[in-house]
Design a binder for this molecule. Structure first.
Ligand code: AMP
Ligand code: MG
Length: 356
């Protein structure tokens, strides 16, 4: 573990931005092609080296957009007809039906993508002692971060009874499946927002590889995958955007060849009430938005979906338990901790190898 302290004064919490900014405009090369667009309420950017197979950029962009729309129709909690919304509307299955799931109206046939994300989520749910919990849906809604309520309308925080009630509905083990048929053994709603963007990045990386593209960078809303080299025939350079006071205190640029990276932070989506910040990361143990000193966690691992889910899990667990878990699973990660006016960056599991 490598610890770097920073000291500075009067930086307002709301000014803190510790997100990853890939270096979009770096080194131009005619054989490197750029694509961009919008999806999942955010943007995507792709840079790839033309494999000279004669496939045009337009064809690739059309395929990327089609694949992303397909994933949106599976994972969007904003779309009534998405697989996830349909699952959320399912009634609880009874024990007799479980033995005849094929015939039950209370089971839903979902895509392989849904099952992949469900399996990975179960794994990280277990490994993180349930800190990462996609059954958090009712609490996300209650706190105004879901599709129905908007945080902008909040004048007070939800009442304790409502939080207690929602806490009874977050058993992720109640999401069950037999093959691609999913059902619920108790009332539960899922929200894959903490992992689906990362999964989509992996899927687009796979799509590019299927076109024989070996050198690329794919980014959706801050989660990304890199492979091979950039246009300068060196590692992809990923800029770490930080508040002015922190610039220059930790290396600002990460150098990645083949890697997947994701960040969770309390600055991405939050509201402030009576001087307190309420972020969109909910602690399933308390039912409240996390209340610790972690400003962000960045995880680098072999899949963007896993990096995404782990970053959220560590963000829930906070600077002590999160660090211990990252050490235990040897997750290459960067924790940025904010305490009053003091900031500390902690690198775990050889994260410094990625620093320029
Ligand atoms: P991320 O930016 O990947 O950390 O994802 C944050 C989103 O995940 C939130 O907007 C919620 O929709 C959802 N979420 C909040 N808390 C949790 C949690 N404890 N486990 C899983 N997903 C969560
Ligand atoms: Mg995440």
């Amino acid at each position: 573990m490598v610890k770097t302290p920073y000291f500075f004064s009067s930086l307002k919490a709301s000014l803190i931005i510790v997100s990853l900014l890939f270096l979009w405009a770096c080194a131009e090369s005619p054989s490197y092609i750029k694509l961009q667009g919008a999806i999942f309420g955010t943007t995507f950017h792709i840079t790839y080296k033309d494999p000279s197979t004669g496939v045009s950029k337009d064809i690739i962009l059309a395929d990327v957009q089609a694949r992303l729309s397909e994933l949106d129709l599976i994972f969007s909690t904003y779309k009534q007809e998405s697989e996830i919304s349909r699952f959320n509307r399912l009634a609880v299955i009874n024990t007799v039906e479980v033995s005849h799931v094929q015939q039950s109206e209370n089971a839903l046939l979902v895509s392989n993508d849904f099952i992949q994300v469900l399996d990975l989520s179960r794994h990280i749910y277990q490994s993180s002692n349930h800190a990462f919990n996609p059954a958090i849906g009712p609490l996300v809604e209650l706190w105004g971060f879901g599709p129905k309520v908007t945080i902008k309308n909040f004048t007070s925080i939800p009442d304790k009874a409502a939080i207690r009630q929602a806490l009874r509905l977050i058993d992720f083990n109640a999401v069950q499946n037999q093959g691609q048929l999913v059902y619920k053994s108790s009332a539960v709603k899922i929200d894959f927002s903490a992992v689906a963007k990362g999964y989509a990045v992996d899927q687009i990386a796979q799509l590019l590889q299927d076109f024989n593209i070996e050198h690329f960078m794919v980014e959706i809303g801050g989660e990304l995958v890199t492979a091979g080299d950039n246009a300068s025939a060196t590692a992809w350079k990923i800029g770490v955007e930080k508040p002015d006071a922190l610039v220059g205190t930790v290396s600002d640029v990460l150098a990645l060849h083949t890697a997947a990276l994701a960040t969770s932070g309390d600055y991405r989506n939050f509201f402030e009430l009576d001087g307190r910040r309420y972020s969109h990361t909910i602690d399933p143990r308390t039912g409240y938005p996390v209340a610790h000193h972690l400003a962000s966690v960045t995880v680098i691992t072999d899949s963007s979906a896993a990096a995404d889910a782990w970053a959220t899990a560590l963000m829930v667990l906070g600077e002590e338990e999160g660090l211990a878990l990252a050490e235990k699973f040897k997750l290459s990660s960067l924790f940025i901790i904010r305490q009053a006016d003091e900031y500390t960056a902690i690198q775990v599991a050889n994260f410094s190898q990625y620093m320029q």
